[in-house]
Design a protein around this ligand. Structure first.
Ligand code: SAH
Length: 345
C-alpha cells in the first residue's frame, strides 16, 4: 500500500513515513486528491466563513516573529471600542457571517469583564452566531468567565510543540508548557478549540513538524490553522526567509488525512505568499476562509508580517472577493456557524 493510501485509511503514519512524506514533493498530487476526497466525504464542497475582527494590536508579548510585538516601536497601535467591535459584527451578520472571531494581541487594557461584556452583547444580538476568541494565554478562571459569557470557540496556535524550538521563537518569559496548559484548560472547559503552527519558522526541522502533528493527535482540536512564516521587517527575524508554500499545502493535506473532520482554514498568510494561495489551500483539504471584518482604517495596522493582503478593502468587498475565490476553486460558501461535525475523530 502506498504511503498516502496508508495515511488515508489509518489516519496515521510512523514518524519515518511522515518524514518521508514531508521531505519530498513526489506524493503531492496523490496527497491532494486523497485529502480532497476525505474533505468531501465529511464536508462536501462547503466552505465556512469566519469574520475576523482584529480589535487590538497592543501586545505585552515579544514573540520574535511577530510584527505587533511589544518592542516594535514602529507599530502604530490601535484599539477598537466595544461599540466599534459590535458594529463590525452587525455588518458581518448582514453579509451572511455566522461566526465572529475576535482576535488581538495580549492587551490587558481590556479586562475580563470587558471581554465578557463584548461577547455577551454579540451573543444577545445574534444568538444564531458563534463567537470565537483569540486573545492569547490567560488564566483558567478567565477562560471559564469568557465561556460562561457565551464564547463558543477559542483559537490559540501552539506555534511549535518542541520546547527547544519554542524557546528560540519566544522570549524567556513565555513557555511552550504554559501555552499547552492553556489549550488543555480550554478543552476541559468545553470550548471548541483551535490550535496550529507556522510552517517554515526559523530553526524549524521536519522533526519539529512531526512533533506538532503528534501534539495535535493528543490535543484533538476541532480546528487546525497553519500558515507559512512570513518575515516582518521590524522584528529580530527580519532576515529569515519565508516559509514554503508547497510544504504548507502538503501539511494541509496531511492534516486533512490525519484529522478528517477538522476545520482547517486556507489562511491569509498563504494568500499573502501566492495570489492563489487560499484557493490552493482549499484544493488541498482546507474548508474554512476568514475574511477580514475589521474597519478599513485599522486594517494595515494589524501587521503581524510584511505585505499582509486584504488591508484596503471594505468588509463587503472582502466577502465578495473570497466568495469568488472559493467558487473558482470549485467549492461553495455556506451561511452557517460551521461547527465541527463531531468532537471525536
Ligand atoms: N495574540 C493571539 C493572536 C496572535 S496572531 C495569540 O497569541 O494567539 C495569530 C497568529 O498569527 C499567531 O498565532 C501566529 O501563528 C501567526 N503569526 C504571527 N506572526 C507571524 C508571522 N511573522 N508569519 C506568519 N504567521 C505569523
Amino acid at each position: 500500500m502506498s504511503i498516502v493510501n496508508k495515511l488515508e485509511t489509518e489516519c496515521d503514519l510512523s514518524d519515518s513515513d511522515l518524514k518521508a512524506l514531508l521531505e519530498t514533493d513526489i506524493y503531492d498530487d496523490k496527497l491532494k486528491v486523497s485529502a480532497d476526497k476525505v474533505r468531501q466525504k465529511f464536508y462536501g464542497k462547503d466552505v465556512y466563513l469566519r469574520g475576523l475582527i482584529e480589535f487590538t494590536n497592543h501586545c505585552k508579548n515579544n514573540c520574535l516573529y511577530c510584527g505587533i510585538r511589544a518592542d516594535n516601536k514602529n507599530c502604530e497601535r490601535y484599539r477598537l471600542s466595544k461599540g466599534e467591535i459590535f458594529s463590525c459584527c452587525r455588518e458581518g451578520y448582514e453579509l451572511g457571517f455566522r461566526t465572529f472571531v475576535l482576535q488581538g494581541g495580549e492587551d490587558l487594557s481590556y479586562s475580563d469583564k470587558d471581554i465578557c461584556e463584548i461577547v455577551s452583547n454579540v451573543k444577545a444580538a445574534y444568538p444564531d452566531c458563534a463567537v470565537t476568541l483569540s486573545i492569547g494565554e490567560r488564566s483558567k478562571q478567565s477562560y471559564i468567565d469568557y465561556f460562561n459569557a457565551g464564547t463558543d470557540r477559542y483559537l490559540l496556535r501552539h506555534e511549535t510543540a518542541n520546547e527547544e524550538h519554542y524557546k528560540r521563537l519566544h522570549p524567556s518569559s513565555m513557555s511552550s508548557d504554559n501555552r499547552k496548559r492553556c489549550l488543555f484548560d480550554l478543552k476541559e472547559i468545553g470550548y471548541q478549540v483551535g490550535s496550529g503552527f507556522m510552517v517554515g519558522s526559523p530553526f524549524q526541522t521536519t522533526e519539529c513538524l512531526i512533533e506538532d502533528l503528534r501534539f495535535l493527535q493528543v490535543l484533538e482540536p476541532d480546528m487546525i490553522g497553519i500558515g507559512p512564516f512570513i518575515s516582518h521587517k521590524h522584528t529580530p527575524f527580519k532576515n529569515y526567509k519565508n516559509g514554503s508554500i508547497s510544504l504548507t499545502l502538503r501539511l494541509i493535506s496531511v492534516l486533512r488525512l490525519m484529522f478528517p473532520k477538522a476545520l482547517i482554514p486556507a489562511t491569509t498568510a498563504l494568500g499573502t505568499l501566492h495570489p492563489r494561495g487560499r484557493e490552493m489551500g482549499l484544493a488541498c483539504g482546507a474548508n474554512v476562509v476568514m475574511p477580514n471584518l475589521s474597519p478599513v482604517s485599522v486594517r494595515n495596522k494589524y501587521a503581524i508580517y510584511d505585505n499582509k493582503i486584504c488591508t484596503g478593502e471594505e468588509s463587503a468587498q472582502c466577502r465578495t472577493c473570497l466568495e469568488r475565490r472559493v467558487n473558482s476553486a470549485g467549492y461553495k460558501v455556506v451561511t452557517d456557524r460551521g461547527d465541527a461535525k463531531t468532537r471525536l475523530y
